[in-house]
Design a protein around this ligand. Structure first.
Ligand code: NAD
Ligand code: DAU
Length: 335
């Protein structure tokens, strides 16, 4: 099977490529990535090359039909991770989100329609908006779309385009909406790696607002194993929610990181809240578990965070440059 992996040099996409190399070594992988600020060439360096079994890296935009079309034509499946992914950036400058997430997904859809290539579209639980802290309900495949930020609105728009292309044009596609990922190779602008690298540098973690906001954390390998399960066992035309029952509020995550790194429990600061900050996400992944044999392997978030801290400690060269740029942006935003 020949996979075209868009966004394969970013956080989840690079972990997906490395995981596929490990568990499905007979699959051929081409990565299409624009190598934006969010991509890190070091993530794929161990597997990229010209030899048999190596991953081919094509640098280009998913919004560029001339680049996308021939790559889609030669692939059996497109696994579409590429997106602008950070909420804070979308509040600061929304256009790149419309271009990559909406125009880019449209461009992929037109190419798969033309060539009959299968598509798996990667999306987020954020398209469903947020829940109250005491809400008994969790998100399901039936939850109405209700995005809050420019990022989540563009992801919801992309999901709607995929569903329309399935219904109107009969393309062979599946969609997954996953909760918050953590693990190695995540950009240091995101919450967990930002706080880990702050602590490693002797800077106090920064918690937006009250810190009571809840995210449903899942290890990136569990997300990617679910994507492989959907590719192999999912039904065409369907949407699957991916989650690992990992609800924690931001204060609980910071407390674990401080404990793991030997810092006092009160060694963090509250900073200005994110505008429109979603309160809580929570996923009901019953459908995925009923229709595939996927089960999360990382059921101990403390152990998963400990391994993630170790990874950032051991890989400073991977994050050093991005850290300087990310903190310059946060300083400008006052967070
Ligand atoms: P990321 O920002 O780490 O990586 C995104 C990658 O896409 C980068 O390598 C970037 O260069 C590439 N990219 C962006 N625009 C592009 C374009 N126009 N053409 C080609 N490549 C482009 O993001 P991530 O956290 O790895 O997220 C990957 C996907 O998973 C996204 O679709 C995101 O919405 C979704 N998702 C993320 C999470 C999470 O917790 N991070 C959870 C659920 C879903
Ligand atoms: O739910 C899935 C989504 O998870 C993905 O679709 C997005 O691509 C991904 O970025 C993530 O979105 P969030 O906005 O939830 O993640 P982020 O890491 O930016 O923030 C997680 C929580 O931590 C959120 O409540 C905001 C808070 N936060 C974030 C940062 C960067 C802080 O308190 N301090 C910080 O410094």
């Amino acid at each position: 099977m020949h996979l075209l992996v868009t966004g394969g040099a970013g956080f989840i996409g690079s972990n997906f490529v490395l995981r596929v190399r490990e568990v499905r070594p007979d699959w051929t992988v081409t990565v299409l990535d624009s190598m934006s600020y969010a991509a890190n060439p070091a993530s794929l360096a161990p597997v990229v090359g010209d030899g048999p079994g190596d991953v081919r890296l094509v640098v280009g935009s998913i919004a560029d039909a001339a680049v996308v079309d021939p790559l889609v034509a030669e692939a059996d499946v497109v696994v579409h991770f590429a997106a602008e992914s950070h909420n804070d950036n979308s509040l600061d400058s929304p256009w790149p989100f419309v271009e990559s997430n909406v125009v880019g997904t449209f461009t992929i859809l037109e190419a798969v329609r033309r060539h009959g290539t299968r598509l798996h579209h990667i999306s987020t639980d954020e398209v469903y908006g947020d829940l109250e802290l005491d809400d008994a309900e969790r998100f399901t495949e039936q939850t109405p779309v209700n995005p809050s930020s420019p990022y989540s609105a563009t992801k919801a728009g992309a999901d709607m385009l995929v569903r329309a292309w399935i219904r109107s044009f009969g393309i062979r596609a599946t969609v997954s909406n996953c909760s918050n990922n953590y693990g190695p190779r995540q950009h240091v602008e995101k919450f967990i790696p930002r706080q880990i690298t702050n602590i490693l540098e002797g800077i106090r973690p920064k918690v937006y607002g009250s810190g009571l906001n809840v995210r449903d954390w899942i290890h990136v390998d569990d997300h990617n194993d679910a994507v492989i399960a959907i590719l192999e066992q999912g039904r065409l035309g369907e949407t699957y929610l991916i989650g690992a029952d990992g609800e924690r509020n931001n204060l609980e995550i910071v407390a674990m990181l401080l404990e793991l790194t030997g810092r006092p429990a009160d060694w963090f600061d509250h900073v200005d809240d994110r505008p429109g900050h979603d309160l809580r996400y929570a996923i009901d992944s019953s459908k995925l578990r009923a229709e595939t044999d996927w089960r999360p392997r990382y059921d101990d978030i403390r152990a998963g965070l400990a391994a993630t801290v170790d990874w950032y400690r051991a890989n400073e060269a991977w994050w050093r440059e991005a850290k300087v740029a990310a903190e310059r942006t946060y300083a400008r935003l006052g967070r």
